[in-house]
Each structure stands twice: as C-alpha cells, then as structure tokens.
Design a protein around this ligand. Structure first.
Ligand code: ADP
Ligand code: MG
Length: 750
C-alpha cells in the first residue's frame, strides 16, 4: 500500500521513477496524482490533425491509412513510412529501423502516436513517434517493447485504459502519455485511504467527492461528467487553501495592535479641505470616510484603493496622510520609480501650498514639511532629509520602495501609502508589517482595474475600496488603430500631432524599447515581451517578435528630421540620469517641450493636462491594460484626448482584435477581463502575487469566480472557528506545503 508521500521509487522501481523525475519532475505518489490529464480522447474518436502545431509534442489518435517500407541508400538501414489520418487530413510517420512495426500498424488500425510535430517539405510529420495500440482496435495491447518506454511499461496485454475516455497527459520525450497513465493506475490501485484536506462537513454540504475518488474521476473517468466532478473537487482544494491563507493573514493583521490616528478637528486636514478648489466627488468622500474610520482604530489598516487614472486617488491619499500628521505621526508615499516619486512630491506640494511650508520663514504655524528621498540626492541633502524624517519635522515623506529597505528611521511612522501595486506583493506587505514597534497603517493604490476574483485572490487580505466616477470636467479619449500598411493613415497620425501642437497642445510618442546599448525600462520591455509572445502568438502567421521594434533612440532623430521637423521634441526613458529625467519632465510640464518620445515610464502618474495626443508605436506589443493605462495620460484636461495605436499587425489577427477592443471601449474593468482572458494568469499577476504556482493550477480566475467566492466564505468561517486549523490537520498540511513553495519561490527571486 502507498500513500501520497510515498516516493515513486517505492511504487515503480528505480528506472521508471528516474524517468518520471527527469522528464516530468514527478517524485511522489501525490505528485503523480496531481499530474492531471491535459485532455481526453474518446476511444475511437480521431484527433483533428489540423490542430497540430509545429514544434509541439503532441499525442494523437489516428487511423493507419498506408504503410510503405523503403530501403535506404546507405544499405542495411531501413525506413518505414506510415501515413495516418483523422478521416480528413493526413500525417506522415517516419520510423527508422523499426520495420517490425509493420506487424501492428496495418491499414485500418487505430493507435495513439506521440512525438514532436515537424514540418518537412510543407507537410507535417512525426519522426520515430512512440506508438500505443488501443485494445479495442488492435486487440494486442502494447507492442512497442524496444521503443524506449523504459521500465515503466511492463508490456501488459491490456492497454490500461478502462473506459471510453483515454486520458492524455502532459508528456515528456521519454515518458509518453500512456506510460504516465499506467503509473497512475498502479498508484491508484495500491493507494491506501488518504486524509482529506477538505473538511467532511464542507464536502457533504457541497456534495464533493473525497480526494481519492476525485483522483479516480479525473484519471480514469467513465464519462465527461466524471471529469468535471473530479476537477471541481480538486479546484476546491486549491481555492480553499488559497483563501484560508488569505483569511489567516487578514486575521493576523487584525490581531496586531497599532496607534489609532484620530486626527484633530482644526488641524491640517481641516485647513486643506477648506482651501480645496473643488468639491470632492461622492466616491472620494465615501472612501475618505472609510479610511478615516480605519485609521481611527487601534488595528493597522490594510486597504486597497482602486480607481481609474484621473479618478482622484491622490487627493484621497493626501487627506489620509494629513489625518495622520494631525495625529502626531508621519506618512510615507511610495512610488515605483524615482520619476514618479519626484512628481508626487511636486503635486503634494502644489496641492498643499502654504501648508507644506513648515519650518520655513513665513510658513503658517500649522504646517508640515514634504521630503523627497531618492537615490540621486547628494550626501548632504540626504543627511538633512534623513534628519528631518528622524526628528519628526517631516510629516510627509515621498520616495521609492527602496525607502523601506534602506535604514531610514522615522520618528513615528503612522501610514504607508503605496502607489501602483504591481511590484508590491504579499512579501513586501509582510516585510513592511514586521518593521518598527508598531506596524503602520497601509493603503495600496492602483489604477489597474482588477476583476473581482483577482481582488479576492491576489489582494484577498486587503479591504477593497473603489473610486468609480471621474471628477467632472474630464474629456473622453478617442482611440484609433492605425495600420502601418496604409501610408496615408500614418501621415494623418503625425499630422494630428502637428495640428495639436499648432493649437498650443502637447503630445507623447510611446515606444516599446529604449534602444541602443544598456538595459531597457523594466515595465515596458517585460510587458511588451509578454504581449508579443503570449498573446495569440501561436495563431499568428507572422511572429511579431521577429519584427524590429521602434526604439526611442532611433525614433527621436527620425521624427526631428522628418514628420515632426520644427517641433520641440525630447525623449524620456529609464536610462537617463534622474536629474535629466526630472528636467525633461519639468520642461514638458511647463510647456517648453512639444513632444515627448518615451518608454512606458510615462505609464503611471505623469500628469500634464495640456497633453492631448498619444501615439503608441508597435501598439501590439503592449498589454491591453497597459494601453489603457497609457492613454490615461492624455485627456486629463478639458480638451478631447487622442490615442493612436500604430501597428504592423494585420487586420483580423488576434493582435489587431486586441487593439480594436482597446479602441472600442473605455471601460477599464472590461479591458481587465479581456487582458486576463488572453494572457496567462501568471503573467498578469506576477509569480509572487499569484500566491505560489500550485495554488492557481486548476483555477481560472474568470471562469471560477463563483467557486472562489464560495471558497472564500468557507475559508473565513473555518479560520474564525479554528484559527490554527487544529481540527483540520490535512488542510493544515496542504496549506503549509503551499506556503513553503511560495516562500521558496520568493527566495529564488530575491
Ligand atoms: P489619480 O491619481 O487617481 O490618477 P489624481 O488624484 O491625480 O488622479 O487626480 C487627477 C486630477 O483631478 C488632478 O489634477 C486633481 O487635482 C483633479 N481632481 C481630483 N479630485 C477632483 C474633484 N473632486 N473635482 C475636480 N478635480 C479633481
Ligand atoms: Mg495618481
């Protein structure tokens, strides 16, 4: 008898265990049973050969049509050409020195063939594929004694597939699908009763099969309904473990004690509100009240604020910061880049006016100081800044995430605000909490629309607030896809920039890469690469990665001499020294630069209301959400904004459709769903944020929204009743395994 922890070596012997370990990284019985079929062949139903992709390892069920033996010129060697069919298309199989296969592969016989799909003279073929005869047709079972299946196959007379559904496993070169199936069968036959991680009561209420039954249902189904039942049960394991982890994290934070920041009635916040040139939107007031209530509790706030670009998050953040300063504490605002940090500092100062002139001659009595800390501060300026932070005279501190890692000492840090969560995962949140005697309150802000299920999983330990309306006076952005193939469109695109500049406005030209030598801007190149390789790459005839990408360094001189001659054009990207970057930004903001040729450093936060046109070159290389973020940079004022998505992608390709979708809607939530549907979830979430590889294996965040929501409710009541999971040892064990994997993945990265 074996259990889930039994090494495969014990079950299968050394030779087969080594094959599974080397080829598929499977080492234990549990690991093997978690290696789920990718799909199922109906016995007798032939694989659609038109779906085969050159370069992939495929397992196909096909019928032998024709067999030819060909002597080879070199003399003793021989070649067998077997043509198989799915009833429509043909596939050529070439066997070298395996003429004995003629015996089994007679015309009319159906079998499974596995191998790497190749193209030869315009036709697809498999060379020396693995062969598995199906009992119903062949009657003989395994007949490939010497074909390299290794010790895993004992040459049994049965084909091992009990039912009409033949599971097809992710396979490796030396471990064909049916070998996996045979090993799984051995495991299931000798599996002793397993401890079930799902609580009995939950299983009964939700009519879910036991874990062992679920494994049988997915590995040896009698019907499609079996497969669904088994997979649903295994999805529950994933969802529940993930949500239990989040529920525990949330309850842990709630058990921490911190300083309540109740503000004061005639403090900075009151003065700020009195001088605000506009009325807060209903959403801003509501979220502001929720944050104020959080801050007033002696438990650290843990909140996510989501709102489209331009929805007015910064005002909300600043008001929270002022409440903390009014309570005698300090607040820090963290941005993902130095450019953004510098810009935040500027806009905080602007909004605060005199209220930021604490300690200055002529500053009002009730004022504080805003301090910017970046890597580019000189030694003296840095010493002064750190001094003001340590003695508490700086109420508001702005910097990049590095501020948290460095040895910056605060007099009394009460609130941390993180702008743009992308690179601020669970681990950073934990690290932050571990800092200082009293954990600060935490507010994470993001402009990326997040589908509800993502919020429930990735940010499941945070309370979520949303700003849904834009402040009045915002103009919509008109977005168009501009095909590179049509010359006159491109001319009109540059003409639009010249027209806007002539009317006193400004423009952005966004490139996916910096170009020249040196590292590329993190966000842009990563996301661009992800968009280029992940999205529809498989179905596009032309590989977009092969096309040269327009780069900042190459586009800038071309525009200056050509399409935008006479305009004041400058560039902005992550490789410029930060002083230079700041100077360019300042001059652009002051209207001294007409056109900014930039990478995605302008993606978040850059706020120049006078900029009304954005041209995105190679727009197909950007993700959907990223394009949506980018275009938020134009139309910040009252004039109509224009976003022109320039692409060489052909009409009717997936890339073109993606761009059309961005052009067709300004609904960020809808685009976020589209993004998630099209990209692999890991890429959208980032490894750290997906909560470990194992936890999102079966779950699809869009499809399984209902299940995730139910699991979340179950998890919270479970954790509230039994925080240490003492009555649920199997669940606790699974949770620990997942968390171990998560922290291992985190350590690898760090
Ligand atoms: P976000 O950070 O969410 O992208 P900001 O906070 O930068 O948005 O706000 C964008 C612009 O809108 C700023 O110029 C800000 O002063 C302005 N703004 C914010 N709230 C309001 C409001 N209630 N009414 C009018 N304008 C507002
Ligand atoms: Mg902002």
């Amino acid at each position: 008898m074996v259990d889930l922890d039994t090494p495969l070596r014990t079950l299968l012997g050394a030779r087969a265990a080594t094959l599974l370990a080397d080829g598929l990284e499977l080492r234990s019985v549990g690991g093997l049973l978690d290696h789920l079929p990718r799909r199922y062949h109906e016995r007798g139903e032939l694989t659609d050969l038109a779906d085969l992709v050159v370069g992939e390892t495929a397992t196909v069920q096909a019928r032998v049509e024709k067999v030819e033996r060909r002597p080879m010129r070199s003399g003793r060697r021989s070649m067998l050409r077997v043509t198989v069919t799915d009833g429509r298309a043909l596939l050529a199989l070439t066997f070298f020195n395996q003429t004995w296969r003629e015996r089994d592969l007679r015309p009319g016989v159906t079998a499974l063939f596995a191998g790497k799909v190749e193209e030869f003279r315009g036709r697809i073929q498999l060379t020396n594929p693995e062969v598995h005869l199906l009992e119903a047709e062949g009657g003989e079972g395994e007949a490939d004694g010497e074909s390299g299946n290794g010790g895993a196959d004992g040459g049994s007379a049965s084909d091992g597939f009990a039912s009409a559904l033949v599971p097809i496993y992710p396979a490796a070169a030396k471990v064909p699908s049916w070998t996996v199936a045979r090993c799984v069968r051995l495991a299931l036959d000798s599996l002793e009763p397993v401890a079930d991680p799902l609580p009995d009561d939950l299983r009964r209420r939700r009519r879910l099969p036991s874990l062992a039954d679920a494994y049988r249902l997915v590995h040896q189904p009698a019907s499609r309904a079996d497969v669904t039942a088994g997979r649903t049960r295994l999805s529950w394991d994933e969802a529940l473990v993930l949500q239990v982890a989040l529920a525990r994290r949330r309850r842990e934070v709630e058990a921490l004690a911190t300083v309540a920041r109740t503000g004061c009635p005639d403090g900075l916040l009151a003065a700020f509100d009195a001088g605000l040139p506009f009325a807060l939107t209903a959403g801003q007031s509501e979220v502001g009240a929720a944050i104020a209530a959080d801050l007033a509790r002696p438990v650290p706030m843990h909140r996510l604020l989501q709102g489209e670009v331009g929805s007015g998050k910064t005002v909300v953040a600043l008001r929270a910061m002022l409440a903390v300063v009014d309570s005698g504490g300090q607040a820090v605002l963290l941005a993902p880049t130095e450019t953004l940090a510098a810009q935040h500092e500027r806009s905080l100062r602007e909004m605060l006016g005199d209220l930021a002139r604490g300690g200055e001659l002529g500053g009002p009595e009730r004022a504080t100081r805003v301090i910017l800390v970046t890597g580019s501060l000189g030694a003296r300026a840095r010493r002064e800044a750190l001094g003001a932070i340590a003695d508490g005279s700086a109420g508001l501190v702005v910097g990049t995430h590095a501020l948290l890692q460095e040895d910056v000492r605060f007099a009394d840090l009460g609130l941390v605000i993180v702008d743009e969560q992308h690179r601020f995962g669970v681990e950073q949140r934990d690290a932050l909490r571990a800092r200082g005697r009293r954990p600060p309150h935490l507010l994470v802000m993001t402009a990326t629309p997040i589908p509800r299920t993502v919020a429930m999983t990735v940010f499941g330990d945070l309370e979520v607030s949303e700003l849904t309306e834009l402040p009045r006076g915002r103009s919509p952005v008109a977005t168009f896809v501009v095909p590179a193939a049509v010359r006159s469109w491109a001319d009109r695109m540059w003409g639009r920039i010249r027209d806007e500049v002539a009317a006193g406005r400004q423009a952005y030209v966004v490139c996916a890469r910096i170009g020249g030598a040196g590292p590329d801007d993190g966000a842009g190149s990563e996301d661009a690469a992800a968009a280029g390789t992940d999205v529809g790459a498989a179905d596009e005839p032309e590989n977009p990665a092969m096309r040269p990408t327009a780069t900042v360094t190459e586009v800038l001189p071309r525009l200056v001499e050509g399409e935008l001659a006479g305009l004041r054009v400058e560039c902005l990207h992550g490789r410029l020294a930060s002083a230079e970057r700041e100077s360019v930004m300042n001059r652009f903001a002051a209207g001294e630069v007409d056109v900014l040729v930039a990478t995605t450093v302008i993606e978040v936060g850059v706020n120049v209301p006078n900029a009304t046109v954005m041209v995105v070159l190679d727009a197909d290389r950007f993700g959907v959400s990223q394009l949506h973020q980018l275009r938020g940079r134009v139309g910040r004022g009252t004039a109509t904004g224009w976003c022109l998505l320039y692409t060489a992608a052909e009409q009717d390709t997936p890339a073109w459709q993606r761009l059309s979708a961005v052009a067709a809607t300004t609904d960020g939530a809808e685009l976020a769903r589209l993004d998630l549907a099209q990209r692999r979830e890991g890429d959208v979430l980032g490894a750290a944020q997906s909560g470990g590889r194992r936890s999102l294996r079966l779950l699809a965040l869009l499809r399984d929204e209902k299940l995730i929501r139910e699991a979340r409710a179950e998890a919270f009541s479970l954790v509230d009743e039994d925080p240490a999971l003492e009555r649920h040892p199997a669940l606790r064990r699974l949770l620990e395994a997942v968390l171990d994997e998560e922290s291992a993945a985190f350590l690898e990265k760090g």
